[in-house]
Design a protein around this ligand. Structure first.
Ligand code: SAM
Length: 245
């Protein structure tokens, strides 16, 4: 028998409550293609398969990869690798459902929203505070929230208390769902320019957005960056693009 010690360095906090895994799978229906990041011991994988999904699971941990792939389960393909460096070669619509390692939450979200072959939706179990920031629970937007909203619609599904994991993490988690993922906002707008303006606009959160952006564009706006909506940012970038034409 192999004794398995969870690796902190890989953010291993395994789900021990089947109901949470079921809650995570709420958007999955029969024959959906689902990419799971870090299947670990397979608690969530099992529920996705029970819902009739075809699952591609990418696991970085060699031992966990071996364990899961040796089970030879129908409709499950297990890939050994770092999800941020693995080309999945998917040629059809797919969803992401994953209890992701906290240490690369931002990188994973950015990676899959910015990639050419985006998923149609992402359901992620992440640190509660990060989920709250993404949906701007306190009505204060951030670089992170606008960077997500420009690609899709994030919803805070529910809080998941830390006792639902083994080992127990130091913080609570939440299920975040991002749907309608697309690049529609960039049909007539330069993606790189949008992010340049956004990053410059948030360079100092306490200053007015007009002051942060003064090297790029002159605008009359007394608000701070956190008070601007996605539409406001898109309007600013459109105005800038028109000036260049
Ligand atoms: N899905 C399992 C569950 O819900 O119980 C495990 C979740 S655990 C929070 C995160 C999983 O991601 C671990 O199995 C870990 O080994 C794996 N992992 C960590 N970094 C990874 C990476 N860069 N690429 C793929 N998997 C990774």
């Amino acid at each position: 028998m192999v004794i398995f010690f969870p690796k902190k360095s890989l953010g291993q906090n395994f789900l021990i409550q089947p109901q949470v895994a079921l809650d995570m799978a709420f958007s999955v229906s029969n024959s959906d293609l689902v990419v799971e990041i870090g299947p670990g011991t397979g608690a969530l994988t099992k529920k996705l398969l029970e819902k009739g999904a075809r699952v591609i699971a990418v696991e970085k941990d060699n031992l966990l990869y071996k364990r899961l792939s040796e089970e030879n389960v129908d409709n499950l393909e297990v890939i050994h690798g770092d999800v941020l460096e693995t080309d999945l070669f998917i040629k059809e619509p797919y969803k992401i459902v994953a209890n992701i390692p906290y240490y690369i939450t931002g990188k994973i979200i950015r990676h899959f929203l910015e990639t050419e072959n985006q998923p149609t939706s992402m359901t992620l179990l992440i640190q509660k505070e990060v989920a709250e920031r993404i949906v701007a629970k306190d009505s204060k937007e951030s670089l992170l929230s606008i960077s997500v909203k420009v690609y899709g619609n994030p919803t805070y599904i529910k809080t998941v208390k830390r006792g639902n994991f083994n080992p127990i993490p130091k913080v609570d988690s939440a299920i975040l769902h991002i749907e309608n993922i697309s690049r529609d906002n960039f049909k007539n707008l330069d993606e790189n320019l949008f992010f340049k303006v956004l990053k410059t606009g948030f360079s100092s959160k306490r200053k007015k957005v007009s002051k942060n952006l003064k090297s790029l564009i002159r605008i009359e706006d007394p608000r701070r960056p956190e008070d601007l909506s996605l539409k406001d940012w898109l309007d600013i970038v459109r105005k800038m693009s028109q000036q260049f034409q």
